[in-house]
Design a protein around this ligand. Structure first.
Ligand code: PMP
Length: 929
C-alpha cells in the first residue's frame, strides 16, 4: 500500500499548525506580500483562509495530513482539475505543493483557489428541495468527471470508503461511550451490511471524491438564492463504489433543520439524471446511507477522543447522532421502495397474489356478500362539513351502513383518508392506508394468509410481503410508495374488488394542454386541493393546509349556510332579474343599506372585472368625459376597460407601456417605498391633484379617478392621510367622479372599517364590490347615486343574464347574514390585531422583514434585503412561500416587486390559526428557505 491505510494508521489527528506558522508558510507563496491566515475547520488537514490586508482573499492554505503521500496529494489535485474542467467550481491548486515541517513530520502545503459563496454547512439551516437537488447534481457531475480517472495515489484505504464501513464501525465502536447508542450503531451497521453485501458484485467501482457533502459543496448566491455549483476538499479521494458518492452526499442532508429521509429524494433523482443508477445501486443506496451514518457516529467519537479540544469535531457529535437517528427513522425496505419509485425503477404496491381463489370458508364468505365500501378520501361526501374532524366518524359511518342492512363494511387499500388527518400540522399526518379496515355484522374467522388485528367487529386486514418490517395501518403520503411496495391489497383475498391502482397524477399536464400560458397556477409543484373547510384546504393526499390567501371565501370554505341556501334556491327558481322576485330586491336593499348616502342604486353583476368595467362606463356616460386617472401598481380586472386601468407589472409585465391613451397614471401612494416615504407621503396627493389639474387644463378633464381606497396590491397599506379627500375633491372640481374599488379590501376584512373608504373619511361617487360578496359564488356589484345611474339610461344599456339572479341574490344575502351572525368583521379586527402584533414581533428579530402593513385580516409582510435601500427580497419571498407550503401554510407574494406576503385569509381565522402561521414564518426565517 503506497498511500494511507486507516486500519494501519488509525485516526489521523489534524496537524497542529499555529496561525503564525501558517502565515510564515503562506509568505513563501506570496513573496513580498503580507497575508493573514484564519483557521478553517477540518477533520484531517489543517486549513487556513488567506487574506491580504485590504481584505482580498488570496486563497486557501492547505497543510495536508503528514500521513498522506505525495502521490495521494497529486491524485487529489489532478481530480480537482478534472472536476473543474467539467464545469464545476473546484478548489484547484494555485501554488505549491512545498514540503513544510509540522508536528507530525514533514507535510505538503499548497494554496488552493478560494471559492466564494459559502458551503451548505450549518446543521441549523434548512436545505430546500431545490438545493438538495443541486447537491445531487454536483455529486452526479463529480461522478461523471471522475469515472475514468486513475492514479497511483488512489491506492489507499480510507475510513470513509463505504466498502470498509463494517470494519471501521467494528474498529471504532469502542469509542462510543454511550452503551445504548453503541449497540444501536453496531446493530444498524451489521443489518445494513447484510443488505449491501449480496449486491456488492453488482456495484460498479470508480474514483470517487468521497466527501461531496454539505460541508464541501459550494454555492453561487444570486438574488438571495443559493445554487450549489462547486466542490472543495478532495482529501477523501479514493476508488470505491460509484453509488457511494451519492450515499455520502445524501447522508449529509439528514443533518439539516427539518430534514427527514424523504428529503434526500430530489438529490437521488438529480444524480440519477446525470449518472443513471441500476436497480442494484438503488437497492444498496439506503443501507449505504445507514453505514455512512454509523461511520460518522463512531468516527466522530474517536476524533473527539483523539483531538480533545477540536471544537469542530466535538460540535459535530450531536449532529451526527441526530443524523444517525434520522437515517434509522424509516425502515430500509421502505426507503428502498421509495428510491426505486423515485427513479422509475419499480416500487408501488405489490401485485395482488394472482391465481388465489378466495376461499373464505363458510364462516367469512356469507358475511362479505353484501359488503359496502366506505370512501374516506378527501372527495368523499361522507366527510362534508368538517365531519372528518370529529373523532369516531369512521365507526359511526360503518355502523350506519351495517344498520342499513349491509353484512360488512370495508375501507379501501392505498386510500389517503381525510379522516386520519387534522388541521394545523407542520408535518404531514399518516393518512395512507396500507390495508383495509372491516366492520362485520358478526364475528368471523379469517383465512390464514391475512394479518388481522383488532377485536370486536372492527378488524384491520393487511397482506404484507414475507419478511417485511411491521407495516403501520396508516403511513405518511411522502413514504406511501415505499410502504406500499411491501404490501398487497388484501381485498381480492376477501372476495372484494381490488382498489384501483393510484392514478398517475397528470392533472398539471392536462391543465397545460387545455390552458393558455397566461393562466397561471400557484406553486411549481402544487398539491392537488379538492376540499376546503373553514380556513383549511385539503389535498388529495390527506394533508390539510392553513389557507392564508383566500379572501374570496370570506366566511370560510364550504360554509353550510351558503350551500344550503344556494342549493334550495337552485331547486326552487333561478332566472334573470327582469322577473319580479323578492331576493334581488332584498339583496340590493341590504347592499345599499351598508353604504352611506347617496350610494343607493345597485347594479348586480358576476365579477369584479365586470363591476369595474361597468363603473367606468357609468363614469364616461355620466360625465361625458373620455379620460380616466388611475394609480400605478394597481389591478382592477381583465376585461377591456378594467384591464386598461390595471397598472400592476406583477400581473402584466407590460402594463405601463400598453395603457390606452385615455388612461393617465399617477404614482402609487406607497408610504413605505416610492417617491415619498413616512411623513413625506402626504405629498402624493399634491402630485395627483396637480396631474388632474393639468389634464383638465389640457382640455381632457377626467371622467373619473379610480383606485383602491386601501392599497391592496401593495399588501394592504393605508393610503396617506387625506389622500382621497384631496384627490376626490380635485377630480370632482373638474366634473369627474370618484370611484372606489372595494373588491379586495371592502366587506369587513379591514376589521375596523367595513369599507376601505371609511378609513380615509370620504364617500365615493361609485363603489365596486365583488369577491367576498358570494363567498366564492360569482357575484359583483356597482353601487352609485340615483343621479349618476339616471344619466346611464341616456347612453348605456344594462342587462346581465345571471347578475342578480335568484341564486346569486340568495348567495349574497346569506353571506351578509353570516358575516353579521358570526361577527366576522369583529373577528377580523381581533384576530388580525393579534396576528399583526405577532408579525411585528418577528420583524424585531428577523431583518428580512422590512415592514408589516395592513389592518384586520388584510396584512402584508414586506421582505427587503436591506432596510436602508429597501431592496426587495423577491426571490427570497418566493422561496419562503414554497417552504411555508411544506410547513402546512398556503401563502403567496404580492406587489409589483412580489416581495410582500399577502395575508388575506377567510375571516373565520382564529387565534390558533394566526399563531400557527406566525410560528411557521418564524421557523422559516430562522432556519432559512
Ligand atoms: N379589483 C381588485 C382590487 C381586485 O383585486 C380584483 C381581483 N384580483 C379585481 C378588481 C377583479 O375581480 P375579478 O377577479 O372578480 O374579476
Amino acid at each position: 500500500m503506497a498511500g494511507v491505510d486507516f486500519f494501519r494508521h488509525g485516526g489521523l489527528p489534524v496537524p497542529q499548525v499555529t496561525i503564525q506558522e501558517a502565515e510564515r508558510i503562506a509568505a513563501s507563496f506570496f513573496p513580498g506580500r503580507t497575508v493573514r491566515a484564519q483557521p478553517l475547520g477540518s477533520q484531517q488537514d489543517s486549513n487556513f483562509l488567506l487574506t491580504e490586508p485590504a481584505g482580498a482573499v488570496a486563497g486557501v492554505l492547505k497543510i495536508a495530513n503528514p500521513a498522506f503521500s505525495a502521490a495521494e496529494i497529486q491524485a487529489q489535485d489532478a481530480a480537482a482539475e478534472l472536476v473543474a474542467a467539467a464545469g464545476l467550481r473546484a478548489g484547484t491548486v494555485r501554488h505549491g505543493p512545498v514540503t513544510v515541517p509540522v508536528d507530525g513530520g514533514p507535510a505538503l502545503a499548497r494554496v488552493l483557489t478560494y471559492l466564494p459563496g459559502g458551503t451548505l454547512a450549518g446543521a441549523g439551516r434548512y436545505l430546500s428541495p431545490r438545493v438538495v437537488a443541486g447537491l445531487g447534481t454536483v455529486a452526479g457531475q463529480v461522478s461523471r468527471a471522475l469515472r475514468s480517472f486513475t492514479h497511483p495515489g488512489l491506492d489507499r484505504v480510507l475510513q470513509w470508503d463505504l466498502r470498509h464501513a463494517p470494519r471501521v464501525v467494528d474498529t471504532l465502536a469502542g469509542h462510543v461511550g454511550d452503551e445504548e447508542l453503541r449497540g444501536r450503531v453496531t446493530a444498524a451497521a451489521a443489518a445494513a451490511w447484510s443488505r449491501v453485501e449480496p449486491l456488492a458484485g453488482q456495484l460498479p467501482g470508480q474514483t470517487v471524491h468521497g466527501d461531496v457533502t454539505d460541508d464541501n459543496v459550494v454555492c453561487r448566491v444570486a438574488r438571495g438564492v443559493r445554487t450549489p455549483d462547486g466542490v472543495i476538499d478532495f482529501g477523501d479521494l479514493t476508488s470505491s463504489w460509484a453509488v457511494g458518492e451519492l450515499a455520502v452526499a445524501i447522508t449529509s442532508v439528514l443533518r439539516h433543520a427539518g430534514a427527514e429521509p424523504c428529503s434526500v429524494l430530489p438529490a437521488v433523482r438529480a444524480f440519477g439524471e446525470l449518472r443513471p443508477l441500476s436497480a442494484a445501486e438503488a437497492a444498496a443506496l439506503w443501507p449505504l446511507v445507514v453505514l455512512r451514518a454509523a461511520v460518522l457516529v463512531v468516527s466522530g467519537e474517536q476524533q473527539a477522543a483523539l483531538d480533545d479540544g477540536n471544537d469542530y469535531v466535538t460540535g459535530a457529535l450531536e449532529h451526527e447522532r441526530n443524523l444517525f437517528d434520522r437515517a434509522m427513522s424509516v425502515p430500509a425496505d421502505v426507503m428502498t421502495g421509495l428510491i426505486l419509485a423515485e427513479l422509475g425503477l419499480g416500487g408501488g404496491p405489490l401485485p395482488v397474489p394472482s391465481g388465489v381463489v378466495p376461499d373464505l370458508g363458510p364462516n367469512l364468505g356469507p358475511n362479505l356478500e353484501h359488503c359496502a365500501v366506505l370512501d374516506l378520501s378527501v372527495q368523499s361526501d361522507a366527510v362534508d362539513e368538517g365531519a372528518w374532524l370529529e373523532p369516531g366518524l369512521e365507526d359511526r359511518l360503518a355502523a350506519a351502513l351495517l344498520a342499513d342492512g349491509h353484512d360488512a363494511v370495508a375501507t379501501r387499500f392505498g386510500e389517503a383518508r381525510l379522516t386520519a388527518s387534522t388541521v394545523l400540522t407542520g408535518v404531514s399526518p399518516a393518512t395512507v392506508a396500507t390495508g383495509i379496515d372491516l366492520w362485520l355484522a358478526a364475528r368471523v374467522e379469517f383465512p390464514a394468509q391475512l394479518t388481522v388485528s383488532g377485536d370486536g367487529t372492527r378488524v384491520h386486514v393487511s397482506l404484507p410481503a414475507e419478511g417485511a418490517p411491521e407495516v403501520p395501518p396508516l403511513v405518511r403520503p411522502e413514504y406511501a410508495a415505499g410502504w406500499l411496495s411491501l404490501v398487497a391489497d388484501p381485498a381480492p383475498l376477501l372476495g372484494l374488488p381490488a382498489a384501483s391502482p393510484p392514478a398517475t397524477d397528470d392533472l398539471l399536464n392536462r391543465r397545460e394542454a387545455s390552458f393558455a400560458a397566461v393562466q397561471e397556477h400557484y406553486y411549481r409543484d402544487p398539491p392537488r386541493i379538492e376540499r376546503g373547510w373553514r380556513h383549511h384546504l385539503a389535498a388529495t393526499d390527506g394533508r390539510v393546509y392553513l389557507d392564508m390567501v383566500n379572501n374570496v371565501t370570506v366566511l370560510g370554505h364550504g360554509h353550510p349556510r351558503v350551500e344550503a341556501a344556494v342549493a334550495r334556491q337552485l331547486r326552487r327558481l333561478n332566472t334573470n332579474s327582469r322577473f319580479n322576485y323578492a331576493s334581488v330586491v332584498e339583496f340590493s336593499e341590504r347592499l345599499a343599506g351598508l353604504l352611506p348616502e347617496p350610494l343607493q342604486v345597485v347594479f348586480l353583476v358576476n365579477s369584479g372585472s365586470e363591476a369595474v368595467d361597468l363603473a367606468l362606463r357609468l363614469a364616461l356616460v355620466a360625465t361625458g368625459h373620455r379620460d380616466v386617472v388611475a394609480v400605478r401598481e394597481a389591478y382592477h380586472g381583465w376585461t377591456y376597460a378594467s384591464d386598461a386601468v390595471s397598472t400592476s407589472t406583477a400581473d402584466n409585465p407590460n402594463a405601463l407601456s400598453t395603457r390606452p391613451p385615455w388612461v393617465h397614471v399617477v404614482d402609487a401612494p406607497n408610504s413605505y417605498r416610492g417617491r415619498y416615504r413616512g411623513s413625506e407621503s402626504v405629498r402624493y396627493s399634491g402630485d395627483a391633484v396637480r396631474a388632474i389639474g393639468e389634464l383638465a387644463a389640457s382640455g381632457r378633464p377626467p371622467a373619473a379617478f379610480l383606485a383602491e381606497p386601501f392599497y391592496g396590491n401593495a399588501g394592504g397599506m393605508p393610503l396617506p392621510d387625506g389622500y382621497l379627500a384631496a384627490v376626490y375633491a380635485e377630480v370632482r372640481r373638474h366634473g369627474g367622479l370618484a370611484i372606489a374599488d372595494e373588491i379586495q379590501v371592502g366587506y369587513g376584512r379591514l376589521g375596523h372599517w367595513f369599507w376601505g373608504f371609511e378609513q380615509q373619511g370620504v364617500v365615493p361617487d361609485v363603489v365596486m364590490v365583488a369577491k367576498a360578496m358570494g363567498n366564492g359564488y360569482p357575484l359583483g356589484a356597482v353601487v352609485t347615486s340615483r343621479a349618476i345611474a339616471a344619466r346611464y339610461r341616456d347612453a348605456g344599456y344594462f342587462f346581465s343574464s345571471t347578475g342578480g339572479s335568484p341564486v346569486s341574490s340568495v348567495a349574497g344575502l346569506t353571506v351578509l347574514d353570516v358575516i353579521r351572525d358570526e361577527g366576522l368583521q369583529a373577528n377580523a379586527a381581533r384576530v388580525g390585531g393579534h396576528l399583526k402584533g405577532r408579525l411585528e414581533e418577528l420583524a424585531v428579530r428577523h431583518s428580512l422583514i422590512g415592514a408589516v402593513h395592513g389592518s384586520g385580516l388584510y396584512l402584508g409582510v414586506e421582505f427587503v434585503r436591506d432596510r436602508g435601500t429597501l431592496e426587495p427580497a423577491t426571490e427570497e419571498t418566493a422561496a419562503i412561500c414554497d417552504r411555508m407550503l411544506e410547513l402546512g401554510v398556503i401563502i403567496q407574494p404580492t406587489s409589483d416587486r412580489m416581495c410582500v406576503l399577502k395575508i388575506k385569509p377567510p375571516l373565520c381565522l382564529d387565534v390558533a390559526g394566526a399563531d400557527f402561521f406566525a410560528d411557521a414564518l418564524d421557523r422559516v426565517l430562522t432556519e432559512g428557505w
